[in-house]
Write a protein that binds this ligand. Structure first.
Ligand code: SAM
Length: 177
């Protein structure tokens, strides 16, 4: 099981990018996201997406990142902090896949507390250049699932997209769970 912890969220500046972190988490195989600063708008938005397009996916904001990390470790899960200063993603992801444990992926915003580098079992770099938490999360989940995220089935949504050569083909979901 994968979960995401977003730290350093600034509600006034990061609404859009944190929303994208949550959307990528949901689509690429994570079951939940925690966000350190409270942001009801993002929660509402992501719950709306999940009720329309399915889950499971949980979101909670306004949490203590230290508590989330400590609880995760106590339950035996691994913590992977995504940072350009870390070790190559391909190696780290292979090790994590072999460990067969739940993984909490931590992504920052502006500057992350030093402590997170110590708490993390893995500091994972998606290349050693600065880019984006959205890209880093997508690529890491792609590697961790060996690309299988694309076959994930979502349940309980009210809408289903039918692939179309052109235009939009969206139908009401038949099965409500
Ligand atoms: N200056 C920040 C720092 O010192 O960590 C980086 C800010 S960056 C815009 C926001 C987040 O994107 C980082 O905290 C990290 O989680 C992720 N990120 C950016 N580039 C990355 C890379 N090459 N590999 C892994 N994660 C990356």
């Amino acid at each position: 099981m994968f979960a995401v912890l977003r730290i350093g969220h600034r509600p006034a500046r990061d609404k859009r990018i944190t929303t994208h972190v949550a959307l990528v988490a949901r689509t690429f195989g994570a079951e939940r996201i925690w966000i350190d600063e409270a942001d009801e708008k993002i929660e509402e938005n992501i719950r709306g997406v999940t009720s329309r397009f399915g889950g499971p996916f949980a979101i909670e904001s306004g949490v203590s990142w230290k508590k989330v990390a400590a609880d995760w470790k106590e339950k035996g899960g691994l913590i992977a902090h995504l940072t350009m200063y870390g070790m190559p993603a391909d190696e780290s992801c292979a090790e994590m896949r072999d460990a067969k444990k739940d993984i909490l992926l931590v992504v920052g915003a502006e500057k992350v507390p030093r402590e997170i580098y110590e708490i993390a079992d893995f500091n994972v770099a998606v290349g050693n250049q600065p880019h984006s938490e959205v890209a880093a999360l997508a690529i890491t989940l792609d590697r961790l699932t060996s690309g299988e995220w694309i076959n994930r089935r979502f349940h309980g949504g009210s809408l289903e997209i039918i692939p179309a050569e052109r235009g939009k083909n969206v139908i009401a979901s038949e099965v409500q769970e």
